[in-house]
Design a protein around this ligand. Structure first.
Ligand code: HEC
Ligand code: HEC
Ligand code: HEC
Ligand code: HEC
Ligand code: HEC
Length: 497
């Protein structure tokens, strides 16, 4: 049977011939072929993985990294190798002067050639959607709380643990850390890639330093869900504290906190209304805990500068320091990675009944056990409950045998507090991260102190004409009762007397 000639080939192939001939000829090299093999094998694996995902299979974070990040990267590498091989060959042939001026005929009437061409066309048609889908799935995965919180297990463990216990436990990490829009998405991917490298090669600092300097302005993230016009008015805050005596005697502090915002007449009032967009400052330290210079601009444009008379700003800070406009995270710096202090945490757990206040000396003992330096979290999990049992066995044998369940429950409660706050592997312990919401130094003189609001409201920040940033105890809250065993005000509110 005579070999049919190329003239008999279908018309569209004529047009393609100018491209296909050189590509076909030049891709017969090791690099391009390797590329084809890599792209095809990873491509087929990805198709199977995506079918599993479509049917609801949830990969664990590590399988997720392999399927959604590493495989697509290898797949893309395969695709890139094909033209790289071709370009290399062209260069080589040029150098050697053997680049053919006409390429050997790619004879489409030949069944083998037609099959090969068809194979290339089909594989390309399949590869493009795989690549698009892989890229899309990869980014969706990278946005997931699971990826952010669990992938770099040790590094993010403190933040992830605190987050799961916070009011934002159902808000995805990216809602606050990236927010909407493309530019911050790209920025986050760039710094994210560096972070992956830092973790891989163990280059990251422990603890992770704060404040995060490239955090997106909070008003663009927080205000997706909390907008200033919405929050206004007062909030009743009741704090229960327990004593270090045998009976753990309790007292209550009652505050009416003037949160404020925009009131009915559109006036900016209270804690929220008086700062946002209006206050800027120069921090003297990296943690923004020392604030020697503050500027306040009223809505009508009057500007007042306040300077600390205690620790005046240095000349170079005034000349070249970076001014920061106050936003949500200057006060709410721990909205979700809320690390506590032992006293606070134990008081809250006792008030909530997770630690039974009927156990003798439980307040004192719990705080003591929390402040012990354990070798690791595992060591704490073994030693802390055992130490509590021993304490009761030795000092209160009757309590030990009669209230065994309450002691075990309390041990669990104390350990839970420890595990939410102390992470020896990341060098995080009590007070590592300051909390700016309030002024713990004033109200809890025994414990670590964070100046919080008193960074500026210390009564020592004065303007040229003698005005000061107020430290009036009733400016921010009405102190309705302080450390009272049974505050009258609470009975009045409940309608009794
Ligand atoms: C409600 C908003 C919000 C959510 C949700 C959130 N973060 Fe944060 N995160 C912050 C803010 C604000 C800071 C900055 C604290 C500072 O600068 O002092 C921060 C800081 C951090 C830090 C730096 C260390 C530290 O403790 O300050 C890490 C790490 C972190 N976040 C990881 C995560 C991870 C992982 C998730 C999801 C599991 C997450 N964040 C969810 C608001 C949030
Ligand atoms: C995606 C929505 C969302 C974003 C973004 C968000 N929050 Fe929230 N926030 C919530 C929800 C939901 C609650 C819980 C409300 C509740 O429990 O009643 C909450 C609660 C709070 C509370 C009250 C906490 C408490 O103890 O009751 C504060 C304060 C707060 N958010 C501050 C912030 C700050 C600051 C940011 C930005 C760094 C932020 N939020 C970002 C949804 C969000
Ligand atoms: C000057 C400090 C300061 C700034 C700035 C600030 N807040 Fe607050 N915010 C507070 C204080 C104090 C409270 C009361 C906390 C408490 O007693 O529970 C509060 C309470 C809240 C609450 C809880 C309201 C409730 O009814 O429980 C939310 C939500 C909140 N703030 C969100 C924000 C957001 C979003 C921003 C930024 C737009 C912001 N805050 C800026 C100090 C501040
Ligand atoms: C960076 C400095 C700074 C910090 C931190 C700060 N404030 Fe202020 N605050 C100011 C300035 C400046 C004013 C306005 C002073 C003026 O009226 O000239 C102000 C005004 C106020 C007012 C209005 C007082 C009045 O009587 O008019 C309240 C309430 C308030 N702050 C509460 C808070 C609370 C609560 C915190 C902590 C959660 C806080 N501030 C943290 C700088 C600060
Ligand atoms: C600039 C605002 C501001 C000023 C001024 C201020 N406070 Fe406070 N105070 C707060 C905030 C915010 C909290 C925290 C509320 C919370 O935890 O929900 C607080 C909490 C407290 C608490 C309860 C703390 C606890 O854990 O028991 C007491 C007590 C207290 N303040 C007393 C005072 C006294 C007394 C003064 C006057 C010297 C004063 N405050 C001045 C903002 C202020």
């Amino acid at each position: 049977m005579p070999e049919p000639t190329s003239n008999n080939a279908p018309k569209i192939f004529d047009k393609l011939r100018g491209v296909i001939r050189p590509a076909f000829y030049l891709s017969q090299n090791a690099i391009s072929r390797t590329g084809v093999v890599i792209a095809t094998t990873t491509g087929i694996t990805l198709v199977f993985a995506f079918i599993l995902l479509i049917f609801g299979f949830q990969p664990n974070p590590y399988a997720g990294i392999v399927v959604l990040m590493i495989l697509p990267a290898i797949f893309a590498l395969g695709l890139i190798l094909i033209p790289i091989g071709i370009v290399r060959d062209v260069r080589k042939f040029r150098r050697l002067g053997t680049l053919p001026s006409t390429y050997p005929t790619v004879d489409f009437s030949h069944q083998g050639v037609r099959r090969t061409a068809l194979f290339v066309v089909i594989m390309t048609a399949i590869n493009i959607p795989i690549f698009a889908f892989a890229t899309y799935q990869g980014t969706v995965f990278m946005e997931s709380t699971q990826f952010c919180g669990q992938t770099c297990h040790k590094v993010m463990d403190p933040e992830y643990t605190a987050y799961q216990r916070s009011p934002h436990a159902r808000v995805a990490c990216v809602e606050c850390h990236i927010g909407p829009g493309a530019p911050w998405f790209v920025r986050s991917k760039l710094s994210g890639s560096y972070q992956v490298l830092a973790v891989t090669f163990d280059l990251y600092p422990r603890p992770i330093p704060t404040p995060i300097h490239n955090l997106r302005p909070a008003r663009e993230t927080c205000e997706q869900c909390h907008w200033p016009e919405r929050f206004s008015g007062d909030k009743l805050v009741i704090k229960t504290k327990y004593g270090d005596d045998e009976k753990n005697s309790s007292t209550k502090t009652v505050l009416m906190v003037h949160i404020g915002g925009r009131n009915q007449d559109s006036k900016l009032v209270g804690i929220h209304g008086r700062h946002l967009g209006l206050v800027s400052y120069l921090p003297a330290d990296g943690k923004r805990q020392a604030i020697p210079w503050v500027s306040y601009r009223t809505v009508d444009g009057t500007v007042t500068d306040y300077v600390s008379t205690d620790a005046p700003p240095k000349a170079d800070l005034l000349a070249s320091g970076e001014r920061r406009t106050m936003d949500c995270v200057d006060c709410h710096n721990r909205p979700t990675h809320t690390f506590d202090l032992p006293e606070n945490a134990v008081n809250k757990a006792m008030a909530a009944g997770r630690i039974d206040p009927a156990l003798p000396f439980i307040h004192k003992k719990a705080i003591e056990l929390l402040k012990v330096k354990y070798q690791s979290r595992e060591a704490a999990a073994a030693e802390l409950p055992e130490a509590l049992r021993e304490f009761y066995q030795k000092n209160y044998p009757a309590v030990y045998s009669l209230q065994h369940a309450a002691i075990e429950e309390a041990a669990k409660g104390i350990l839970y507090i420890y595990q939410g706050n102390v992470f020896p592997e990341m060098n995080i312990t009590w007070g590592t991260y300051p909390n700016n919401l309030g002024h713990t130094d004033f109200s809890n003189p025994d414990q670590q102190s964070f100046p919080g609001c008193f960074r500026c409201h210390d009564g020592n920040h004065k303007s040229k004409d003698g005005k000061e940033i107020t430290q009036d105890c009733n400016a921010c809250h009405a102190l309705l009762a302080q450390d009272e065993a049974d505050p009258k005000i609470l009975h009045e509110m409940a309608g009794g007397n």
